[in-house]
Design a protein around this ligand. Structure first.
Ligand SMILES: CC(C)(COP(=O)(O)OP(=O)(O)OC[C@H]1O[C@@H](n2cnc3c(N)ncnc32)[C@H](O)[C@@H]1OP(=O)(O)O)[C@@H](O)C(=O)NCCC(=O)NCCS
Length: 371
């Protein structure tokens, strides 16, 4: 038995391919390096959903549909307003995606066409949900989306109320491209398991959000930032990280089930983190990150993963720490949706078996006779 399903092939997919030995990643056959350099989140989403890059006309119409579907129903906003202000954003997102389902005009239609529409509405509106929550919890009114800004820029605008610097918006857009899909990771698997019962797209995305939230998956980026803050200054890194390694504690942002070489997305995020540290500052988060990486990789042969440098990138962009994992979700919903369509297209319920290791032939003792 492969504990944690290690080494088990549980689905066939044409969406993304990870070459874990050489540290490479492809979406629909296109190298992630080319996409990070040249594409946008909107274009990458179209690539994941339709299987190839859109032409200019297709991209224009796809982008317009994205823009037209950014708003969320007032009823969902009211529900969020009723939630305790301390609710972590990932819980709000999980709840809001579920709540959006009955307001979707094609809620009860599970055709491919309806599912593409539903995921378009969800992908377009999840940034609105998160930006609104950031404002609601700080006793501010949510801001309406703007239709002249990109997906990434509009998210930063709705969260802060200020039009973002174009470089910051471009950096966030690149992060969204880098996170959009990644083989049969835990949250994507969760989405596919839910879809395989012929449940609906919203339910599959809710399952995925709940799975992404854990610190061994998407939640790792928040933990990386908390460690950087605990360390505080580069000179303290050595002692703290050495102590963690000696105590056999996991250091978030390292290790991966599939990658044996460094994650190619981490190389991009490292460059973005360096760029931000030199332009926006302070440089210390990047410097501490470099120290941690050096120490971890000197003591253990662990690849650096996508969550390590994304922490210092988002922090430099002024994004609150507990919004880091929601940003992952705002991007990965593109991949989750593509996997749900793929699952429905050739479905068989995903139902593995377990090896029973409990007791056998246990007699039923009447309540009065139990000690
Ligand atoms: C990603 C992860 C969950 C993969 O898990 P996995 O394939 O089941 O691998 P394991 O947790 O069994 O790790 C294998 C070995 O490497 C060690 N290891 C793995 N990740 C580690 C980390 N981040 N820090 C320190 N040691 C780590 C484990 O302790 C284990 O050592 P052992 O064989 O001596 O017991 C795991 O590497 C991890 O927890 N990383 C930190 C969380 C993280 O960054 N998640 C985001 C992933 S994109």
């Amino acid at each position: 038995m492969g504990k944690g399903l290690e080494g088990i092939i549980a689905a066939s997919t044409g969406i993304s391919r990870i070459d874990g030995i050489n540290g490479r990643l492809f979406y629909r056959g296109l190298d992630i390096d080319d996409l990070a350099k040249n594409s946008t989140f909107e274009e990458t989403t179209a690539l994941l959903w339709y299987g190839r890059l859109p032409n200019a006309h297709q991209l224009e119409s796809f982008t317009k549909k994205f823009i037209d579907n950014r708003q969320i129903p007032y009823e969902v906003l009211s529900l969020m307003m009723a939630m305790p202000k301390k609710t972590p954003p990932m819980e709000v997102l999980r709840t809001a995606v579920s709540a959006l389902s009955p307001y979707d005009p094609e809620d009860l239609d599970n055709s491919l066409e309806a599912n593409v529409h539903k995921s378009l509405r969800l992908t377009a509106s999840m940034p609105t949900v998160m930006a609104a929550w950031e404002r609601i919890r700080n006793n501010q009114w949510p801001i309406l989306p703007r239709n002249d800004l990109s997906h990434a820029a509009n998210f930063l605008y709705m969260m802060t109320g200020k039009e973002p610097d174009p470089t910051a918006a471009k950096i966030l857009d690149t992060c969204l491209v880098l996170h959009a899909d990644h083989g049969l990771n835990a949250s994507t698997f969760a989405a596919r398991v839910t879809a395989s019962t012929l449940s609906d797209l919203h339910s599959a995305i809710v399952s995925a959000i709940g799975t992404l939230k854990g610190p061994l998956h998407g939640g790792a980026n928040e933990q990386v930032m908390r460690l950087l803050l605990e360390i505080g200054t580069p000179d303290r890194a050595d002692q703290i990280v050495r102590g963690m390694l000696n105590a056999k504690k996991k250091i978030m942002g390292f290790g991966h089930r599939v990658y044996k070489a460094d994650d190619p997305r981490a190389a991009w995020l490292q460059r973005l983190s360096l760029e931000l540290s030199e332009t926006v500052g302070p440089t210390k988060w990047y410097e501490i990150s470099e120290k941690i990486r050096h120490m971890v990789q000197e003591s253990k042969a662990l690849p650096v993963n996508v969550d390590f440098y994304s922490a210092s990138v988002y922090y430099a962009l002024g994004i609150p720490i507990d919004m880091f994992t929601p940003i992952f979700a705002i991007s990965r919903v593109a991949g989750w949706s593509a996997h749900v369509y793929e699952q429905y297209s050739d479905n068989r319920i995903i139902r593995p078996e377990s090896e029973y290791i409990g007791p056998n032939d246990v007699p039923y003792v009447p309540l009065a006779q139990r000690g």
